[in-house]
Design a protein around this ligand. Structure first.
Ligand code: UGA
Length: 447
C-alpha cells in the first residue's frame, strides 16, 4: 500500500512539498494553524505567487473537478496523527527579534502538537532550516511525548528549493539529503523519494548534525559567492574595471562556475540573510564562532550594497539631497518570479531614498500587494511606464524579464531625464545607451 504522508506548515516549502508528494502518487494531508491559508488551499488557491504551483495543486486537491483527489487539508492534529505514516514538518524558522539566532517556536510548537497524536509507528521528518543540534533535541522530545514511544522516530531532510523554481526543485531535486538513525527511517525515505532517485537525484545518507549543517552551509556558500562578486564590484568601481566581464571570465573556470556571480544590490529574502546570521549565532553557542567570523563580513558587504545603490543614485542626480527628485523604482520583490518582499534589497533602497525626501514610485510585476503592506508610504504605479513618468532617474532593482524587454526608446519619452541605474547588472547597456540613456551600474565603467 502506498505511504500516507502529512505536511505540517503550508508556506512556500510546505505547500510545494504537499503538492509534489501528491504528484508522486502519495495520499497527502496538509495542516496549517492559519485558517485562511487552509481555506485557500482547499479551493486550490496558493497564498503566494509561485510559478506552476497553483496548477499542480489544482491537479490534486480533493473536490476540484478532474483532480486526483490525493491532496487534502485540515487544521486537526488528531486527524494528521491518525492519517500519516510519514509526517513532514515544514514550518518556518525566522530570525529572532533583535537577535541573530533562529526562532524555533514554530518548530517546537509543531512537535508539541503532533507528538501526542502518534499512537502507532510513524516517521517524523524535519525539513525546516534549524540550528545544528535541534534534531537531537527534537528526537528526545518526540520519544517523550508520543504514545507510540520508540516507534515514533525522527529523520532530518533539509530542503533546497528556490523561490520561483519551487515546483521543479521539489520534483527534480539536485540532491536529497537525509539524516537518519535507523534502517527503518532510511527505507521509508527511500520509498518516499523513489521517483526522483530513479530519475537520477543523488541520495545522500548522513547523521542528524550533518544533515542540519548541509543546509546552513549551502546557503552560507551561496551568500559568500554573491558577496564575493559584490566585493569585486567595489574594487572594479574604484579601478574602472568591469565586474560583469570579470564574473564571466572567472566563471569559465569550472571550479568557480558561472552561477551566483551576478553583482548588484545583493541578496535578500526569507532565507540567505537570516540563515547566515543564525549559523553564526549557533557556532558561537558551540564555541566555534571563530570559524564563521567571515560570515559577518559577507553580511556587511551585502548590506553595504544597498547603501551604495542609494549613493550611486544621489551622485547621478548631481549629489546633495533627494528632496524634490522623482525616482522610479522597477522591482520590489527580493528576486524575480516571486512576490516575496521579505528583506528585499529593492524595497530597502526605495525606502531609504523615500526617507531622505525623494519622491519614489515603485512598480513590480507581482510584488505590489506585499510591498504596499510592508511599505505603505511609498507611491506605487500599475506599470513600468507609469512608474517612470516624469522621473529624474530610473532604478532597476529586481531583474524581471518584463524589465529586460522594455523598450528604452518608449520609456525615454515618458521620463524627464534619460538616466538609468541598473542595480542588478541585468539590462543591456548598449541598448539603453543607443536610445539616448545614461546607463550606470555598480562595478562597471561609465560609457
Ligand atoms: C535560497 C537558496 O538558493 C535555496 O537553495 C534554499 O533552499 C533557499 O534559499 C532556502 O533556504 O529556503 P531563495 O531564497 O529562493 O533560495 O533565493 P536565491 O535564488 O538563493 O536568491 C537569494 C538572493 O540572492 C536574491 O535576492 C537574489 O537577487 C540574490 N542573488 C542571487 C544575487 O544578488 N546575485 C546572484 O548571482 C544570485
Amino acid at each position: 500500500m502506498a505511504l500516507k504522508i502529512t505536511v505540517i506548515g503550508t508556506g512556500y516549502l510546505g505547500a510545494t512539498h504537499a503538492a509534489a508528494m501528491a504528484e508522486l502518487g502519495f495520499e497527502v494531508l496538509g495542516l496549517d494553524v492559519v485558517p485562511e491559508k487552509i481555506e485557500m488551499l482547499k479551493r486550490g488557491e496558493v497564498p503566494m505567487y509561485e510559478p506552476g504551483l497553483e496548477e499542480l495543486l489544482r491537479k490534486h486537491v480533493a473536490g476540484i473537478e478532474g483532480s486526483s483527489g490525493r491532496l487534502r487539508f485540515t487544521m486537526d492534529w488528531a486527524e494528521v496523527g491518525e492519517f500519516g505514516d510519514v509526517h513532514f514538518v515544514c514550518v518556518n524558522t525566522p530570525q529572532k527579534h533583535g537577535e541573530y539566532a533562529c526562532d524555533m517556536s514554530y518548530v517546537d510548537a509543531a512537535f508539541e502538537s503532533l507528538a501526542p497524536h502518534l499512537h502507532g509507528p510513524a516517521l517524523v521528518v524535519g525539513k525546516s532550516t534549524v540550528p545544528v543540534g535541534s534534531a537531537d533535541r527534537l528526537a528526545a522530545r518526540l520519544a517523550e511525548l508520543a504514545p507510540a514511544g520508540e516507534d515514533a522516530e525522527l529523520a532530518w531532510n533539509p530542503e533546497f528549493l528556490r523561490e520561483g523554481f519551487a515546483v521543479n526543485d521539489t520534483l527534480h531535486p539536485d540532491r536529497i539529503v537525509v539524516g537518519v538513525r535507523s534502517e527503518r527511517a532510511e527505507k521509508l525515505l527511500r520509498e518516499v523519494y523513489a521517483t526522483p532517485v530513479t530519475a537520477g537525484s543523488p541520495f545522500v545518507l548522513t547523521d542528524f548534525p550533518t544533515a542540519e549543517l548541509v543546509k546552513t552551509s549551502a546557503n552560507s556558500f551561496l551568500a559568500t559567492k554573491i558577496s564575493f562578486i559584490n566585493a569585486m564590484a567595489e574594487v572594479c568601481e574604484a579601478a574602472d574595471g568591469d565586474v560583469v566581464k570579470l564574473a564571466e571570465a572567472i566563471g569559465h573556470d569550472e571550479r568557480i562556475g558561472k552561477k551566483f556571480l551576478r553583482a548588484g544590490i545583493g541578496f535578500g529574502g526569507g532565507c540567505l540573510p537570516k540563515d547566515i546570521r543564525a549559523f553564526m549565532a549557533r557556532a558561537g553557542e558551540l564555541g566555534a564562532d571563530q570559524a564563521l567570523t567571515f560570515l559577518r563580513e559577507i553580511d556587511s558587504i551585502n548590506m553595504r550594497q544597498r547603501g551604495q545603490m542609494v549613493e550611486l543614485a544621489r551622485e547621478a542626480l548631481g549629489g546633495g539631497s533627494f528632496l524634490g527628485k522623482r525616482v522610479a523604482v522597477l522591482g520590489a520583490a527580493f528576486k524575480p518570479d516571486s512576490d516575496d518582499v521579505r528583506d528585499s534589497p529593492a524595497l530597502n533602497v526605495a525606502g531609504q531614498i523615500h526617507l531622505q525626501g525623494g519622491q519614489v514610485t515603485v512598480y513590480d510585476p507581482k510584488g505590489m500587494a506585499n510591498a504596499r503592506r510592508l511599505f505603505p508610504t511609498l507611491a506605487y504605479a500599475d506599470s513600468a511606464i507609469e512608474a517612470v513618468r516624469g522621473a529624474d532617474v530610473v532604478l532597476h532593482l529586481t531583474e524581471w524579464r518584463e524589465f529586460r524587454e522594455l523598450d528604452p526608446a518608449v520609456l525615454g519619452e515618458a521620463v524627464t531625464t534619460r538616466l538609468v541605474l541598473d542595480g542588478r547588472n541585468a539590462l543591456d547597456p548598449e541598448v539603453w545607451r543607443r536610445a539616448g540613456w545614461t546607463y550606470r551600474a555598480m562595478g562597471r565603467p561609465t560609457a
